[in-house]
Design a protein around this ligand. Structure first.
Ligand code: ADP
Length: 396
């Protein structure tokens, strides 16, 4: 389930068409918005009931100009209109998705993805990005808009920066159409593999060797988007107080790391980890349970139980650790992260150790084991740092 967005003139419709040609089921949110108020629909009757006969033309169709004049001037009227149309559009969207055969990649073409705050509903959010002046040029030259009109419409929408903030994939359409096709091809390959793993409930197998990559400044943003999805799907099952954190090396700015986003879900009732609804929700979100059980040896030498879920997205390795909130392992993951964030010397020492071990160890398991003595050796230093700084469990 891909959410596709982009400002007017960015090439979003072109991307939707290219994806449809490759086999995606494209749901056009604007088209559905028109469909639910076509002549004879209950939607149009409700709109007429609220706004009067003046918004319906003699031929029985909606008078968009008349309705627009009312709702643009009056926020309450606009909310009333949305209260009528949004549920109808949502139900119709669900119907179309439910009728799609297994193996379908659904692309929801939704210009107002950011404005309606639905980014967390999708497995991937894609935005099509083009500089404003080029968009205006294309809208004028290719779609026949007046320049003032094109400019006004762009000003009226959210900015490209806001769209990029919610997007997992930014398609750069400043270049030639061929360059667009190449990016859509890459996206399609990713989507097909993602869907395949998702449907089979099997995480993508990753290479066994420990490979450190250059620091990616977008790791925290990627984590924030993933956590948003988890919160959206899990809150109804586990409550609003769900503790969700980005942990591990990618959560420490400036620290070289394996390209893995580690996320921690703290469970107030640990048995929730094995509830079928919770496992299924995580699986549908693209994080099925990993086969291997994991124990995280404690600083004190004990074993912390956790449940590990892994990612179906071939281009994003995620380790999702479900741990009892308040347990030593849960706390240590947060404390160790915050200490590394705060102490540049420790960070440097740890980075050097990781580089040495990544070069030496043949497998990730061996690499991970070999790292443990270092954190154990520093446990008392970390704890005294926690005491002197009055460290508390962070909200994020
Ligand atoms: P949107 O749906 O985002 O408003 P469209 O897909 O309709 O945008 O694209 C706007 C216009 O730009 C269309 O006429 C489209 O054919 C054209 N277009 C799309 N991508 C490119 C490109 N890379 N180079 C030139 N023109 C493009």
């Amino acid at each position: 389930m891909i959410g596709l967005t982009g400002g007017i003139g960015s090439g979003k419709s072109t991307v939707a068409r290219l994806l449809a040609e490759r086999g995606a089921l494209v749901i056009d949110a604007d088209a559905l918005a028109r469909e639910v108020v076509e002549p004879g629909t209950s939607g149009l009757a409700a709109v007429r009931g609220r706004f009067g006969a003046g918004v319906v033309r003699a031929d029985g169709s909606l008078d968009r100009a008349a309705l627009g004049a009312i709702v643009f001037a009056d926020p309450t009227a606009r909310r009333d209109l949305e209260a009528i149309t949004h549920p109808l559009i949502r139900d119709r969207t669900r119907e179309i998705i439910a009728a799609a055969p297994p193996g379908t990649v659904v692309v929801h073409d939704i210009p107002l993805l950011v404005e309606t705050g639905v980014a967390a509903h999708y497995h991937l959010v894609v935005t099509v990005d083009v500089g404003v002046e080029e968009r205006i040029r294309r809208l004028v030259a290719l779609r026949g808009l007046a320049e003032d009109d094109a400019r006004a419409r762009i000003t009226h929408q959210v900015s490209d920066t806001e769209r990029r903030a919610v997007a997992d994939v930014v398609i750069d359409n400043n270049g030639a159409p061929d360059a667009l096709v190449a990016q859509v091809e890459a996206l399609w390959r990713r989507a097909v593999a993602f869907e395949d793993h998702l449907r089979r409930g099997e995480p993508v197998r990753r290479p066994e060797r420990p490979v450190l990559v250059a620091v990616d400044p977008t790791w925290p943003d990627q984590a924030r988007r993933l956590l948003g999805r988890l919160r959206y799907r899990l809150s109804p099952l586990l409550g609003e107080g769900l503790a969700l954190h980005h942990i591990g090396s990618t959560a420490v700015p400036g620290l070289a790391a394996r390209n893995v986003i580690d996320l921690q879900i703290g469970l107030s009732a640990p048995a929730d980890a094995d509830r079928a609804e919770v496992r299924d929700a995580l699986g549908r979100l693209g994080f099925p349970r990993a086969e291997e059980a994991r124990g995280n040896p404690a600083v004190t030498g004990g074993v912390w139980p956790e449940r590990l879920h892994l990612s179906c997205d071939p281009e994003r390795t995620v380790h999702l650790h479900l741990r009892p909130a308040g347990s030593p392992g849960w706390r240590w993951a947060l404390l160790f992260r915050d200490w590394l964030r705060a102490d540049p010397d420790a960070r440097q020492e740890y980075a050097q150790l990781k580089r040495d071990l990544a070069a030496r160890e043949a497998t990730i398991a061996a690499y991970t084991r070999a790292k443990e003595p270092w954190s154990q050796a520093h446990a008392s230093r970390v704890e005294s740092w926690a005491a002197t700084t009055s460290w508390r469990i962070p909200a994020e």
